[in-house]
Ligand binder design. Structure first.
Ligand SMILES: Cc1cc2nc3c(=O)[nH]c(=O)nc-3n(C[C@H](O)[C@H](O)[C@H](O)COP(=O)(O)OP(=O)(O)OC[C@H]3O[C@@H](n4cnc5c(N)ncnc54)[C@H](O)[C@@H]3O)c2cc1C
Length: 384
């Protein structure tokens, strides 16, 4: 049942909204968390949680139970068919979680929801936000059916199409092109590739990510010019044949889950407008190369939960401007990094030998490997 008033209304109970609410609950603040869906999605979606994110999640008691459900991956390998061009090891990361954790988004959301429940919070469903009136003292949120909630602060954790962002009039600029098209699946596959690493194949046709999942399946993500509406096993076999290993080719035996999505690279003009704060996909979207999207959102969420708790405990509102000012440049960096990974595949054939030489040279240099590992793992400068 919706309350009439609340200090913090969190719109959206995806990973970002759940993490904001769990962080607040850890500070003794009970937020009102709503989602328009009657029950949480059960699909796999974002499949990696990086060490830098696990360190942040550790502060809200989520990293250890999540690590129990995932598969640790000790390195990230960039390949051109059978040739290894670059290996980025995670085992020397300055972390209690020195790996990339492969785990389905449904599991990540379940662990976050369990933590929220243990701290006395819960998600109210199904409540769809349809209106938002902002004023100097907060906001009045309207839900489908006409119910209203008066909130001092509203967190837009409502995903890429964020109604909160739209209703608050925050710009989500970006190119008008149709965006990048991706095909993804969790498949069973006969493969000689080692299961302790995530592989990125740099193929002329586009990148292909191969990542082992804890249930024995493999997550495939490929950028494709035109994704079929209902991807079948043969589509993923074709992708492996044109981009994957040659000497011991992979054979797809079963598709457990598949999807397609199209994505733009976009960042909200501001993460704050009066009482409205944005986090996660509501604030930034970009290609899944490097598996950074959900990770950045989770780190936004803990930073925002800590900041809101400090403001509610009597700190100045300007702390929230600090949140907005600190987090937006991090999204710019992540977008640049993801775009750089994608560009590696777009190199014209004539320049490929040089690209490969550069990657192999980098692979031989410990400081470069370590810097790349820290970058991929999502460690952020202190105080962000
Ligand atoms: C098919 C698919 C595959 C993906 N694969 C990858 C991947 O491989 N790697 C990767 O990094 N990322 C991937 N992503 C993206 C990843 O899922 C997102 O980055 C992540 O979910 C963002 O979390 P969030 O909590 O910010 O937003 P979301 O997970 O989108 O959650 C937003 C929530 O807000 C709710 N909501 C929306 N509007 C309203 C409203 N008006 N009122 C109330 N509630 C509302 C929604 O129901 C939803 O539960 C994928 C996404 C999809 C759809």
């Amino acid at each position: 049942m919706l309350p009439e008033r609340t200090d913090v209304l969190v719109v959206g109970a995806g990973p970002t909204g759940l993490a904001v609410a769990a962080t607040l609950a850890g500070h003794g603040v009970t937020a009102t968390v709503v989602d328009r869906l009657a029950s949480p999605p059960v699909t796999s979606r974002a499949a990696v949680v990086h060490a830098g994110t696990l360190e942040v999640l550790d502060r809200i008691g989520v990293a250890a139970p999540l690590a129990d459900r995932g598969l640790p991956s000790s390195r990230f390998t960039v390949r051109d068919r059978d040739r290894v061009l670059l290996t980025v090891p995670f085992d020397r990361l300055p972390s209690r979680y020195p790996y990339a954790l492969l785990v389905s988004q449904a599991e990540t959301e379940a662990v976050l929801a369990d933590r929220l429940t243990a701290l006395g919070g819960r998600v109210l469903r199904p409540y769809e936000l349809t209106g938002l009136d902002l004023d100097g003292a907060g906001a009045t949120a309207t839900f489908a059916g006409g119910r209203t909630v008066r909130a001092r602060w509203v967190v837009g954790a409502d995903g890429m199409r964020s109604p909160v962002r739209e209703l608050a009039g925050i710009d989500f600029g970006g190119p008008a092109d149709p965006g990048e098209s991706f095909l993804l699946a969790d498949v069973r596959v006969d493969s000689a590739l080692p299961r302790d690493q995530v592989n990125l194949f740099l193929a002329r046709q586009g990148p292909l990510v191969w990542a082992p999942l804890p249930d024995g399946t493999v997550r495939l993500v490929a950028e494709v010019p035109d994704a079929p509406r209902e991807p079948q096993a043969r589509h993923f076999q074709e992708l492996l044949d044109e981009r994957g290993p040659v000497q011991r080719p992979d054979r797809v035996t079963e598709v457990r889950w598949s999807s397609r999505f199209r994505i733009h690279h976009r960042i909200a003009g501001s993460y704050r407008s009066g009482p409205v704060l944005l986090a996660g996909d509501a604030a930034h979207v970009h290609s899944p190369a490097g598996g950074q999207g959900m990770n950045l959102g989770l780190r936004d969420a803990v930073a925002l939960g800590d900041t809101l708790a400090a403001v509610l405990a009597g700190g100045p509102d300007t702390l929230l401007d600090g949140y907005a000012a600190a987090r937006r440049p991090l999204a710019e960096e992540v977008l640049g990094f993801a775009a750089g990974l994608t560009r590696l595949t777009a190199v014209p054939p004539v320049a490929r030998p040089l690209r490969d030489l550069l990657l192999r040279t980098a692979s031989g240099l410990h400081p470069v490997r370590q810097r790349l590992a820290v970058r991929l793992a999502g460690f952020e400068p202190a105080g962000r």
